[in-house]
Design a protein around this ligand. Structure first.
Ligand code: GDP
Ligand code: MG
Length: 596
């Protein structure tokens, strides 16, 4: 295809503002999906995407569009909207020349609208402002067109108004794409360079790699090379998604399509990497390649210890399709054998856990998630701590924790509530701007650890659901952090150790000790529960001793009833874990680890 007839664009929006629905209408209007095959959120293929109504993986679709007697080829890239997947969003943007900035006409600009807009501006994309959902009775297109025009510096009349649901205004939008988004430019005769913006594992076809060709061309059966690793593969298939895969002879400058090489692991086809031709390799990789960096770690343990091999296999399978997932075996005295797993964020953790439970039928316990700390021990050695159990004993010179720049958008009446919450989470106010008279953008620098765990829920409840939040990693800072251990009868229970700010340590210790007091049954001897920082005890509870006699419950001489009780007790024993000399039912661990 002649690059002059190509338009590459993505749709960027705050979550739920209607990207996937608008994409559906485009698939229909351009005729690539027949009405009888249409289903809502057509491009959200994964079960979990359909269930949660969110987009996790990017998608690229080629669609034809007639404009002034000429046929154009559109490549639309539907991007994941969540902050956990922002690196993928940024790669998708890098594959485009333009972006449709979609805003819900009943909601207005939200935090991810801004975050995505700024990303699009960094990539120098042409931006087409669009108000969506104008069919809603609550839509206020005039008001929000002004907000949007003000934000990007255009006239309110330039803001398109559409409904992804009814299709109103969508054909005008498709025309605007031809008019306003520049055609791709590249060097057709240069060595091939194509950027990977997504790769997915397909049971039948192996890894399917989505690329945007920048220079040169890639052809069927060609030998390709991954520039970050130098590894070569033969191209078994090359083609475009329309939206079903269609094999072609090749892809040239500006085109977006897929490659299949027969590899079975997405980590060999990394998002952000550059594909070149092995016989005539290019010199420079496109853009800066980054390895996905896990931000949050948690231990995952099977409730039934014999499921450990199943869990390993399941994680390995998920990893085929998720280069950001990494894990290593971990042993806990309390929870047995499991894995320490690194995630991009809490949504990534939740989704992974849900998939493990649903697709692999596993019952799991996950330990309280924590961020990554840089700990300088007394001898000057710097340790990267992803698990409280790796926290060095002895004196510590410094602990550094990750920090983020957070942006919160709320109606002005909630400024006080938001500031109070952010201050209580060790936030530092960085700035505040009014988007309009009623709505304000508040910026804070905050520790990541304070924002990933239940901050958003708190924010929502304090603002009646009106606040939206976005953040991005912004380096590290030294902080007064300590490790709190929980001890039963003097023995550490590793699964309950946590790294917290010194000011929160006492509260954590008291909470865990009193939870455990209620959860652990009395034993034949007294069991002290202690919370400690190093050797200093900061909280203490006691479980009083009893003499346990199951048979005392049986009044009569019913022997079968007695036998049943004894059997029941035996079964119960299997689910008991020994911590030192203390028997703890596994349920107690699960209950203590579940957040309240
Ligand atoms: P995404 O998260 O941006 O992909 O948003 P979705 O396309 O999944 O849409 C979120 C919700 O808004 C869904 O319940 C859609 O049915 C609804 N929605 C999307 N577009 C429109 C629209 O134009 N009008 C109305 N009334 N609802 C819409
Ligand atoms: Mg979506």
């Amino acid at each position: 295809t002649d690059p002059a007839a190509i338009r590459n664009f993505c749709i960027i929006a705050h979550i739920d503002h209607g990207k996937s629905t608008l994409a559906d209408r485009m698939l229909q209007l351009t005729g690539v999906v027949q009405p009888r095959d249409m289903k809502a959120q057509y491009l959200d293929r994964m079960d979990i995407e359909r269930e949660r109504g969110i987009t996790i993986k990017s998608q690229a679709v080629r669609m034809p569009w007639e404009y002034a007697g000429e046929t154009f080829a559109f490549h639309m890239i539907d991007t994941p909207g969540h902050v956990d997947f922002s690196y993928e969003v940024s790669r998708s943007l890098a594959a485009c020349e333009g972006a449709l900035l979609l805003v819900d006409a009943a909601q207005g600009i939200e935090a991810q609208t801004l975050a995505n807009l700024y990303l699009a501006m960094e990539h120098e994309l042409a931006i087409i402002p669009v108000l969506n959902k104008i069919d809603l009775p609550a839509a206020m297109p005039e008001k929000y067109a002004e907000e949007l025009a003000h934000l990007i510096g255009c006239e309110p009349e330039d803001v398109l108004r559409v409904s992804g649901k009814t299709g109103e205004g969508v054909d005008a939008l498709l025309d605007r794409i031809v008019e306003e988004i520049p055609a791709p430019v590249g060097q057709p005769d240069a060595p091939a360079r194509a950027m990977i913006f997504d790769s997915v594992y397909d049971t039948y076809r192996g890894v399917v790699t989505f690329v945007r060709v920048v220079d040169g061309q890639l052809g069927h059966r060609e030998k390709i090379q991954m520039m970050s690793t130098g590894v070569t593969h033969e191209l078994l298939e090359i083609g475009v998604s329309s939206p079903e895969p269609e094999a072609t002879k090749g892809l040239s400058v500006g085109e977006v399509g897929y490659l299949i090489t027969g590899v079975k692991d997405v980590r060999q086809s990394k998002v952000g990497d550059t594909v070149t031709s092995a016989n005539k390799p290019a010199e420079a990789i496109i853009g800066g390649y980054e390895d996905p960096k896990p931000m949050v770690f948690s231990g995952l343990f099977p409730i039934d210890g014999s499921d450990f091999p199943v869990l390993r296999e399941a994680l390995e399978k998920l990893q085929l399709n998720d280069a950001a997932l990494n894990f290593e075996p971990e042993t806990s005295t309390a929870l047995g054998f499991g894995f320490r797993v690194g995630f991009l964020g809490l949504l990534h953790l939740e989704i992974t856990r849900e998939r493990l439970e649903q697709e692999y039928n596993l019952d799991l316990i996950s330990t309280a998630p924590n961020v990554v700390y840089q700990v300088t021990a007394e001898d000057g050695e710097v340790l990267t701590v992803t698990n409280p159990s790796e926290f060095p004993e002895g004196k510590i010179l410094e602990i550094r924790e990750p920090v983020v720049d957070a942006t919160i958008i709320v109606p002005a009446e909630y400024i006080g509530a938001v500031m109070e919450l952010c201050q209580s989470r060790r936030g530092q106010l960085e700035g505040m701007d009014y988007l309009s008279e009623e709505r304000v953008e508040i910026r804070y620098k905050m520790p990541l650890a304070e924002i990933v765990f239940d901050f958003f829920d708190q924010l929502k409840s304090r603002t009646k659901g009106y606040a939206s939040l976005n953040w991005q990693a912004e380096g590290e800072q030294a902080a007064d952090l300590v490790k709190v251990d929980i001890l039963l009868q003097g023995d550490k229970v590793d699964a309950f150790s946590a790294i917290t700010h010194r000011d929160h340590a006492y509260a954590y210790g008291v909470k865990m000790a009193s939870k455990l007091k209620d959860l652990i049954p009395r034993q034949q001897f007294e069991v002290p529960i202690q919370a400690a920082i190093g050797s200093r005890i900061i909280a203490r509870e006691n479980i009083r001793a009893i003499r346990k006699d199951v048979l005392s419950k049986c009044y009569g001489g019913d022997i079968s009833r007695k036998r049943k009780l004894l059997e029941k007790q035996k079964e119960g024993k299997k689910r008991m874990k020994m911590v030192g000399t203390v028997e703890v039912p596994q349920e107690a661990f699960i209950a203590a680890l579940s957040s309240d």
